[in-house]
Design a protein around this ligand. Structure first.
Ligand code: ZN
Length: 212
């Protein structure tokens, strides 16, 4: 499932309330970073190992889209995107804060193994249909994030056009489209459930590993 994925792009600060909760300015054009494919992990009920000795690991729950083909301007979204799911853009927040201070790239904070968690894929039914439903993250049985793509600052067509223009977009690429408000730190043995339209599509337990 994750083996055919080529590039992993991620949109930063794409929901107003999330940008504000981290005291970031609202961007005026899409703001992207990427992750290595080694970051991929499925959420199939298993345990996911994460760094436990580099400060807090934050969850960011996001709609993830999968490209069916090479981007061409004017193609309908339903032809460009074949699948979607809900994913976690896991982030070493303390590391990221240090990187931001130095104006360094975010790779160390965003690109560690298992930092790109994907639930089961669903067919992409179109912008209207996807906007009709919420996605959620539950941590230890409590809802901690709820999002809807109609609250995005930059919508899917804008994100696709921008990514294609600046990086190239083709079959097998995926895009994490940004997190709504409510991000927070994970604790050892937290149990996470990802839902689309109130239906569970992903589940995992996290273990924070101390190596040093
Ligand atoms: Zn994110």
């Amino acid at each position: 499932m994750v083996s055919d994925i080529k590039n992993i792009y991620c949109i930063g600060r794409n929901y107003r309330l999330h940008a504000q909760e981290l005291n970031n300015a609202i961007p005026t054009s899409p703001f992207l970073f990427s992750k290595p494919t080694h970051a991929l992990a499925g959420a199939k009920g298993q345990t996911i190992l994460l760094p436990g000795d580099r400060g807090s690991v934050n969850y960011e729950t996001e709609l993830v889209i999968h490209l069916a083909r090479t981007y061409e301007p004017g193609l309908p979204l339903e032809e460009l995107i074949d699948r979607m799911t809900i994913g976690l853009d896991l982030t070493l927040r303390d590391v990221q804060d240090e990187l931001k201070k130095k104006a360094y790239p975010w790779l160390l904070a965003k690109g560690f193994p298992n930092s790109a968690v994907l639930s089961s894929w669903l067919p992409f039914e179109g912008l209207q249909e996807v906007s009709a439903y919420d996605f959620t993250l539950e941590k230890n049985g409590q809802e901690v994030q709820r999002g809807n793509i109609k609250d995005m600052i930059f919508d899917l067509p804008t994100i696709l056009e921008f990514s294609a223009k600046h990086f190239g977009l083709g079959q097998g690429d995926i895009i994490f489209t940004g997190t709504p408000a409510g991000v927070g730190a994970l604790a050892n043995e937290d149990h996470l459930v990802l839902k689309w339209n109130e239906v569970q599509i992903g589940e995992c337990k996290v273990v924070l590993v101390k190596n040093e």
